[in-house]
Write a protein that binds this ligand. Structure first.
Ligand code: ASP
Length: 322
C-alpha cells in the first residue's frame, strides 16, 4: 500500500477513536417514527430526558413520521454511526419486514441495539358518540355498518395498524382504515368524531379515557391495569384472543464505536432506574422492562423472536405494503 495512504488511514482511525472517547460533545438526537404528542413520542421524550444527566448531553427529539415508521428506521440505518442520532421505536421494527415487500434496511443487519425500554398494552377505543357501549355491541355495529365504519391507524406497520388487524380478524369483519402520521392526530379526530374506532397504546389513551373524551371498550392484556381499573380485559370483554403488548427499544446505526454504544447503553439503564420515569410510565399503563432486558443483547434476541412470531400471522392476514 502507498505509505501516505496508510498514514492517512491511521490518522483518520485515531481521530475516530479520540471522538468516540470524548463522546458526547454535542446534543444527541432521538428520532421518533411518528408524530409529536403520540405514545412513541411520549416514551422517547421521557427516556431522553432521563438519559441527559448520565449521558452528559442534551437530548433532542426529532419526529420523522411516515410509512408506518419505516422512514425513520431507514434514516437511522443511513445515519453516521457516531452516537449522535439514535431511534426509539416499537414492535413495528419486527412487523415491518413482513408487512413491506421492499424495505431499504434489514433490522437484523443494519442497526446496533441499545436496549429494550418498556411494555405497553393497547386500548380499543370508539368515538364517544358511537352508539355502542361494549365490544359485543361494537362487533354487531361494525358488521351492520361495515361500509361506513372507520378505523384509524398510524400507517402500515404501526402498532395501531397491527391492533386493528387483530380486531378485524377477531370480529371477522373488514373495516375502512384511515391512516395518520401518528396516533396523536388520530385520537384528535376520534375525539372530534371524524373517525369511529382507534386501537392505541395506553401511553396515549389513559388521560383521554379518564377525561371521558373517548369510550374505551377493552384492554389488549390478560390482566386489568391499576391505572385503568374499570376497563375490562379483551377476554372479559368477549374477545379472548385479542391480546397485544407493545414493546419499545432504542437503536443506533450499525457499527457505532463500542465506547459510544457503551455510553448509550449505560445512560439508558440509568434512565430506566429513575423513579420519576417509572412513575410516569406506570401512570400511563406502561411497565419498564426488568434490568436483564435493558441490554443490547436482549433487544437483539427479542427483535428476532418477534420477527419470527409475527411473520406467519401477517402472511395469513395477507396484508402487504409496497
Ligand atoms: N402508537 C402509534 C402506533 O404505532 C404511533 C404513534 O406513536 O403515534 O400506532
Amino acid at each position: 500500500m502507498n505509505p501516505s495512504k496508510l498514514i492517512g488511514g491511521l490518522a483518520l482511525a485515531l481521530v475516530a477513536t479520540a471522538a468516540a472517547a470524548q463522546y458526547p460533545t454535542k446534543p444527541v438526537t432521538i428520532v421518533v417514527p411518528f408524530a409529536a404528542g403520540g405514545p412513541t413520542d411520549t416514551v422517547a421524550r421521557s427516556v431522553g430526558q432521563a438519559m441527559e444527566k448520565s449521558l452528559g448531553a442534551n437530548v433532542i427529539i426529532e419526529n420523522k413520521p411516515g410509512a408506518g415508521g419505516t422512514i425513520a428506521i431507514a434514516d437511522i440505518a443511513r445515519s453516521p454511526a457516531d452516537g449522535y442520532r439514535v431511534l426509539v421505536h416499537h414492535i413495528g421494527m419486527a412487523t415491518a419486514p413482513s408487512l413491506y415487500r421492499k424495505l431499504p434496511f434489514d433490522p437484523l443487519k443494519d442497526l446496533d441495539y441499545v436496549g429494550l425500554i418498556n411494555d405497553v398494552p393497547m386500548t380499543l377505543l370508539v368515538r364517544s358518540t358511537l352508539p355502542v357501549n361494549n365490544v359485543k355491541e361494537l362487533a354487531a355495529y361494525a358488521k351492520q355498518n361495515k361500509d361506513k365504519t372507520t378505523l384509524a391507524n398510524a400507517g402500515i406497520g404501526a402498532a395501531s395498524h397491527l391492533c386493528g388487524l387483530l380486531f378485524q380478524q377477531a370480529i371477522e369483519t373488514d373495516l375502512t382504515t384511515v391512516p395518520y402520521k401518528g396516533t396523536a392526530p388520530a385520537i384528535t379526530d376520534l375525539i372530534g368524531g371524524q373517525v369511529d374506532i382507534l386501537c392505541d397504546q395506553t401511553t396515549n389513551t389513559t388521560e383521554q379515557i379518564k377525561a371521558g373524551k373517548v369510550k374505551a371498550l377493552a384492554l389488549t392484556a390478560p390482566k386489568r391495569l391499576d391505572s385503568l381499573k374499570d376497563l375490562p380485559t379483551s377476554a372479559e370483554a368477549g374477545l379472548p384472543g385479542f391480546e397485544l403488548s407493545i414493546w419499545h427499544g432504542m437503536y443506533a446505526p450499525k457499527n457505532t464505536p463500542k465506547p459510544v454504544l457503551d455510553k448509550l447503553v449505560a445512560a439508558l439503564q440509568v434512565a430506566l432506574k429513575d423513579p420519576a420515569l417509572n412513575k410516569r410510565f406506570a401512570d400511563l399503563g406502561a411497565t419498564t422492562v426488568t434490568p436483564d432486558r435493558q441490554t443490547p443483547d436482549a433487544l437483539g434476541k427479542h427483535l428476532k423472536s418477534e420477527i419470527d412470531k409475527w411473520a406467519p400471522i401477517i402472511k395469513k392476514a395477507g396484508i402487504y405494503a409496497d
